[in-house]
Unconditional design. Sequence first.
Length: 403
Amino acid sequence: MSERRPTVAVVMATYNRAHFIGAALDSLLGQTRVPDEIHVIDDGSTDDTAATVAAYGDRVNLIRQPNRGRPAAFNRVIPDIQTDYIWLFDDDDLALPDALARHLDFLGRNPKYDFSYSPHYFFEHTLTTDGAQANPLLEWPADPPESFLLWLMESHFVPAQLQGMLIPTRCFRQVGPFDETLLRSQDHDFLLRLARHCRAGRIDAPTWAFRQHRGQRGAGDAAHDEASRYHVWRQYQQTIYRRVRAALDLAEYLPPSQRADVGGPAEASPPPGDRRLALLRRGAIMSIHGLPEAAVEDFRLYGAVHDPSGARIAEEERTHISRLGNVDNRETRPPLAYFRTLGRLAHARRGALSALLRGAYWSVRREWRAGRYGDVVVLAPTLMSLCLGYGLGWLCRPSISHG
């Protein structure tokens, strides 16, 4: 008796993408293993998007609704889907011809994973094999099941995206709906929840291509151009990571191999060494996502964890402290008061200041070597602020009574 073939539904939300959506649908319908269902939710488009989709006839299920945003579009359709898997795809990207076949084959051979994910190519106008392969791919963690959640949190942007994932419908039921209050970064919020509950398996080769263009992003009142994309994204990331900080146990900032020895409520249970590492890792994540006050608080808590040896910081701690001092680019630089406060708090651990300075130095050095001298001018004061804060901390240290 032959094994039952798993079923797959594609869900695509769209808004005013008549000029791109046809190519996206063609790439899905041209799969070597064609999806069983394709659902397109037209979120109140004012161009010819609906007519473009309707031209595909019964091969594509077109659903029209007033403009309510991408999360609401997904939430309208996903609860009713009964296939084994759901593939969320964007209206301006392209799936490689054997994408779905490779996802299904991978999951069939690796039942220990719940969902699969892959890297992707970038393109602007026409995707060709040579052009795609000329683009560098993102680096992937060495052990995805071990580090997928941490990898997501420690990345400035979303490194693995829904277009490159095949997710069991049961995982959508388990994780819950998309957050309709997030008009941007809703994918990242969903992926963080998915990674907490389901195991990720990596496909090494790309399965899709991301189209880079300067068209409008978002829809309705949340619409913005490409130039504003970063700033809008940043605001929603801050909202998401405030929630993350409140929801995750401290032990969840450790790799699962270390977490296994913790047990119980994470805030109270980790041994001092693990607790210090978790606080540093959480602080670096909060800094990356625009929450410097939370990062400073974690560095303060780190310094308060007792170390009876009084030894200099371990190398792993040094690495994470350096990340607190590192700035990815001028757009993500926290205020200088953040660096002064870190410098002042560095008195709590021997070697902490040198680790912070190393992170700040590499930020400046990176921009210098790239010839971005304007960014060097913006980032160089972080080094001075760290030293100033350390000096102020030294002057304000508690005096020792000899009486």
